[in-house]
Design a protein around this ligand. Structure first.
Ligand code: NAG
Ligand code: NAG
Ligand code: NAG
Ligand code: NAG
Ligand code: NAG
Ligand code: NAG
Ligand code: NAG
Ligand code: NAG
Ligand code: NAG
Length: 250
């Protein structure tokens, strides 16, 4: 029932030393060298992963790719960008662009984080009630190994019982429960994907405006009673007059 939507290829969060890059498993990512690199004679440029060389490029632009990455990357000699393809969980980690001249100089560092698409959450209704025409629905939303219980009215939801269970073990996954457009929505997300489950509020808290038809019904009943009583009185009157007339002339 739930719709899954992945967004973008990646999300960058700049930090002082290395930028974190989040990528959905199976997708590609391009790591750029954000400056103009020119190789002087005998200088060597390289991309590394966990201090292993992925590729090396000499000043004569001869490129050597590590056999492990043979069909998994593209290297753009024009700007030294690296395209990594079909990323898997174990591709997560630090990537650095290094210039090897008289000294070794790190040009840029990235922290790559490969994430799986989140599973769609399941939103269940624990209880529903109406107090003074204010709807109160208690729902629990469960995603992989997190769950959160919230108390909602037709406008807002507030979390019940502090931290969502399991949240402490999964820093990257997030469950949020809120109300929008007449629906209670549970959104399960990480940095690269999200999925939701929803419940329509009207179905959980039927409006009390079912009374107008009942009201018009009683007015109708009242009319019928009044008319009936009137008829009975009239008929009794006619009969009384008739009997009296017969008594008079009889
Ligand atoms: C999840 O959100 C999308 C976009 O708002 C919506 O089209 C979809 O119907 C939602 N999923 C469910 C199960 O309601
Ligand atoms: C890189 O070089 C190009 C021209 O070769 C120049 O337009 C651009 O501003 C340079 N960028 C940086 C960051 O130095
Ligand atoms: C590097 O070159 C590739 C291929 O020409 C291009 O797609 C990419 O945008 C370039 N990167 C930057 C940072 O300009
Ligand atoms: C990641 O795992 C795959 C197999 O699942 C393996 O072929 C590959 O070499 C591993 N990559 C790294 C960088 O360890
Ligand atoms: C419901 O309304 C009555 C009268 O307006 C009030 O006394 C009572 O506190 C209300 N109850 C709740 C739960 O809001
Ligand atoms: C809503 O219902 C829950 C459970 O029945 C209760 O704990 C909570 O206090 C109620 N909230 C309001 C605003 O009435
Ligand atoms: C959370 O769920 C994932 C995927 O279902 C699983 O691999 C992981 O072991 C679980 N973590 C915990 C702490 O249960
Ligand atoms: C779910 O959360 C993600 C990340 O916070 C957000 O981008 C997305 O729009 C949300 N989806 C819905 C249906 O609210
Ligand atoms: C609670 O939900 C059920 C099923 O959706 C509905 O029939 C019932 O009227 C609701 N109760 C209240 C008090 O809103």
């Amino acid at each position: 029932m739930s719709l899954l939507l992945g967004f973008g290829l990646l999300t960058c969060i700049a930090s002082s030393e290395s930028s974190s890059v989040f990528v959905l498993k199976g997708q590609d990512v391009r790591l750029d060298v954000q400056e103009n690199v020119t190789l002087k004679e005998l200088e060597l440029f390289k991309w590394t992963f966990r201090s292993e060389n992925i590729l090396r490029c000499t000043d004569t632009l001869s490129v050597r790719v590590s056999p492990e990455y043979n069909n998994r990357l593209e290297f753009y000699q024009g700007n030294f960008s690296l395209l990594l393809k079909n990323l898997q969980q174990n591709d997560s980690g630090p990537y650095t662009a290094v210039l090897n001249g008289d000294k070794e100089k790190t040009i840029i560092a990235y922290q790559l984080i490969v994430q799986e698409r989140v599973e769609p959450p399941v939103l269940t209704v624990d209880s529903n009630s109406s107090i003074n025409a204010t709807c109160n629905v208690t729902v629990t939303c469960r995603g992989q190994n997190t769950s959160v219980t919230s108390s909602c009215n037709s406008r807002i939801c507030s979390q019940v019982g502090g931290e969502s269970r399991g949240a402490e073990t999964s820093t990257v996954r997030l469950l949020s429960v809120y109300v929008a457009g007449g629906f209670i929505i549970c959104n399960h997300s990480n940095q690269v994907s999200w999925a939701n489950d929803t419940k329509e509020i009207v179905e959980l808290c039927p409006m009390k405006s079912v009374s107008p038809p009942a009201g018009s019904m009683s007015v109708c009943m009242l009319k019928i009673i009044l008319v009936s009583v009137g008829l009975v009185i009239m008929i009794s009157a006619v009969i009384t007059v008739h009997i009296r007339d017969r008594f008079h002339y009889g």
